[in-house]
Write a protein that binds this ligand. Structure first.
Ligand code: FUL
Length: 485
C-alpha cells in the first residue's frame, strides 16, 4: 500500500515538473511597438482627475483676460481649498491640475519674477498663495498635483522676445522646486495674438515651432521632475483629443506619428481624435472638458452646469474609450466650488457606482478557443483574476480568437469592460460582443480598438453567456481584464 502511495506521489511530482517546464518554455509575446513608458502607464491608470481654472477672469467675467487686469481684483471672499479637495476626492477624481497662470499672465503664487500676482491682490492682504495651498492639500490627501502654466502671456511687455522665454523657464523652475511632486504639466497651445503686453496693446505673432525651444524647456523640467508627463496638442507624453466637448474617437489608437503633426495642419483635430494604427510614437489621449460652458466661473452659467447624466456620457466617451478625463471645475468668486457643481459631481459619482457595482464576470468560468502554447500562463482565466499583470494571449500566428464568459445563470447584462495588456503595445483593431440567446450567439455590439480600457454600453440583455470575439489584431491579442455588469 505504502509503495503504491509513493508511486502515485512520484507520478504526480513528475507531472507537475513537466507542466511547469512546459510553461517556462512558452515565452511571452514580443512587444508591438510603440509601447508606453512607465510614467505613461502610471498616468493612464489614474483615468480621471480635475482641472481647476481660477484667475482674475473669475472676478472680471472673462474667459481670456487681456492682461491689463489689476491684480487687486483677485479677491475670493471665502476661499477654502479643503472644500475643493473633498469634492474632488468624493467624485472619484485622482488629482488636480491648476491654472497657476492663464493667458492673462496673473500668477496664483507670489512669483519673484513678476508683480502681476497674488502678492499684489487684496486677498489675504497679498500674503496668500493658491498654488502652495492646493499643492500641499493634494499631497496631504493622496491626490496628484499638476501644473498649467500658459506659455502665451498677454501681460508681459517682453512677450515675443527671448527674455520672455527665460522668464517662463524661471517660473517653471520656481514651481517645480517649490511645489512638487508634480504628475502632469499642461502646455496650452492657444495663442490668440493680441494683448496688453505691458501697455503696447498690439497683436504679436510668434513662431510656435521655434520661439519657446520646447526641447530645452522640457529638459529643464524633466531634470527636476523625472516622472512628469507633458501634455500638449501632440505630446510628447500625452496628446489632446482634438475637441473640448468631452469625447475621444470610438477608434482610439494611443500610437500616433507626432513628428508629422503641427498646429494648423489640415485635419489635425481628427487625427488627434483617433490616433494612428501605425503611428510611431506612444502618445495616449486626454479628454479636457468643463463642467460648465466656460472654463472660468460665471454666475450666469450656474444654471448650465452639466447634469450627472451628461457627465456619465462623457465618462463613457473618454475613460470608456481608453483616454484619460480631465474634468474642469471652476471655483466661484467666494473661492468655492458652486453648490450646483458639487451636486452634479455627486450625482455623477452615484451613476458610476451604480452602473459598475457588481462585476458578474469576477467568479465566472472563462474559456477560449485557443491560448498561447497551451500554457496556463496565457489561459482565458487570466481575464477575470483581477490581476492586471496576467493576460490571455494566443500563439504568434493567430490574430483572432474568442473568449466565452459563463455567468452560471441568466443575468441582465448592461455593460462590458475589456482591457488590453498595453505594456506590450496596442493590438486589437476589430472585435464583437455576443450574447447567448435561444441557443444561438447573437451579436450585441462591435467595435474597432480596445486599448487600455473599453467600456461598452449595451441594450440590456438577459443571458447566461457572453462571447467576446477578437476579429482582427495587429499581432496576437493580449487581453488582461474583462468585467461584466
Ligand atoms: C484652451 C484655453 O484657451 C482655454 O482658456 C482653456 O484653458 C483650455 C483648457 O485650453 O486652449
Amino acid at each position: 500500500m505504502k509503495k503504491l502511495n509513493l508511486f502515485i506521489f512520484l507520478v504526480f511530482v513528475t507531472f507537475q515538473l513537466v507542466a511547469t517546464n512546459k510553461e517556462k518554455q512558452v515565452p511571452p509575446p514580443s512587444p508591438v511597438y510603440p509601447i508606453p513608458t512607465d510614467r505613461q502607464l502610471a498616468w493612464q491608470e489614474l483615468e480621471q482627475y480635475a482641472f481647476i481654472h481660477f484667475t482674475t477672469n473669475t472676478f472680471t467675467g472673462k474667459e481670456w483676460g487681456y492682461g491689463d487686469e489689476s491684480p487687486e481684483v483677485f479677491n475670493p471672499s471665502e476661499m477654502d481649498v479643503n472644500q475643493w479637495i473633498k469634492t474632488v476626492k468624493e467624485a472619484g477624481l485622482k488629482g488636480i491640475v491648476l491654472t497657476c497662470k492663464h493667458h492673462d499672465g496673473f500668477c496664483l503664487w507670489p512669483s519673484k519674477y513678476t508683480e502681476h500676482s497674488v502678492k499684489n491682490s487684496k486677498w489675504k492682504n497679498g500674503q496668500g498663495n493658491v498654488v502652495k495651498e492646493v499643492a500641499e492639500a493634494c499631497h496631504k490627501n493622496g491626490l496628484k498635483f499638476g501644473v498649467y502654466l500658459s506659455p502665451w502671456d498677454r501681460n508681459r511687455a517682453d512677450y515675443g522676445s527671448p527674455s520672455y522665454v527665460e522668464y517662463y523657464r524661471n517660473q517653471l523652475k520656481e514651481l517645480f522646486t517649490m511645489y512638487g511632486p508634480v504628475f502632469e504639466m499642461w502646455f496650452d497651445g492657444a495663442n490668440g495674438g493680441d494683448g496688453y503686453y505691458g501697455g503696447a496693446k498690439e497683436k504679436r505673432k510668434i513662431n510656435g515651432a521655434s520661439y519657446y525651444d520646447w526641447p530645452k524647456t522640457l529638459d529643464i523640467v524633466r531634470k527636476i521632475e523625472p516622472n512628469i508627463v507633458f501634455f500638449s496638442d501632440a505630446g510628447p507624453d500625452i496628446r489632446w483629443c482634438g475637441n473640448e466637448s468631452g469625447f475621444i474617437g470610438e477608434t482610439n489608437w494611443s500610437p500616433i506619428t507626432s513628428d508629422t503633426l503641427f498646429a494648423g495642419k489640415s485635419g489635425i483635430d481628427k487625427i488627434l481624435n483617433t490616433g494612428e494604427e501605425n503611428g510611431k510614437n506612444w502618445i495616449p489621449a486626454e479628454v479636457d472638458v468643463s463642467i460648465r460652458p466656460g472654463w472660468f466661473y460665471h454666475a450666469e452659467e450656474d444654471v448650465k452646469v452639466k447634469t450627472p447624466e451628461k457627465l456619465f456620457e462623457i465618462y463613457l466617451s473618454s475613460v470608456g474609450r481608453g483616454a484619460n478625463l480631465i474634468l474642469n471645475i471652476p471655483p466661484d468668486r467666494r473661492g468655492l466650488f458652486h453648490e450646483n457643481d458639487v451636486k452634479a459631481l455627486q450625482g455623477w459619482k452615484q451613476l458610476i457606482d451604480d452602473a459598475f457595482k457588481n462585476n458578474l464576470a469576477r467568479h465566472s468560468i472563462v474559456k477560449s478557443d485557443s491560448y498561447r502554447g497551451n500554457s496556463k500562463l496565457y489561459a482565458a482565466a487570466n481575464v477575470t483574476d483581477g490581476n492586471k499583470e496576467t493576460y490571455w494571449a494566443t500563439n504568434d500566428d493567430i490574430t483572432s480568437g474568442n473568449l466565452i464568459i459563463d455567468l452560471g445563470s441568466k443575468k441582465t447584462v448592461k455593460y462590458v469592460t475589456i482591457q488590453e495588456y498595453i505594456k506590450l503595445g496596442q493590438r486589437v483593431k476589430g472585435f464583437a460582443v455576443y450574447a447567448w440567446k435561444n441557443n444561438n450567439w447573437v451579436e450585441i455590439t462591435k467595435g474597432s480598438t480596445i486599448g487600455y480600457k473599453r467600456i461598452l454600453r449595451l441594450e440590456p440583455v438577459d443571458t447566461e453567456k457572453i462571447k467576446i470575439e477578437i476579429s482582427a489584431s495587429k499581432a496576437a491579442p493580449l487581453i488582461s481584464n474583462i468585467e461584466i455588469y
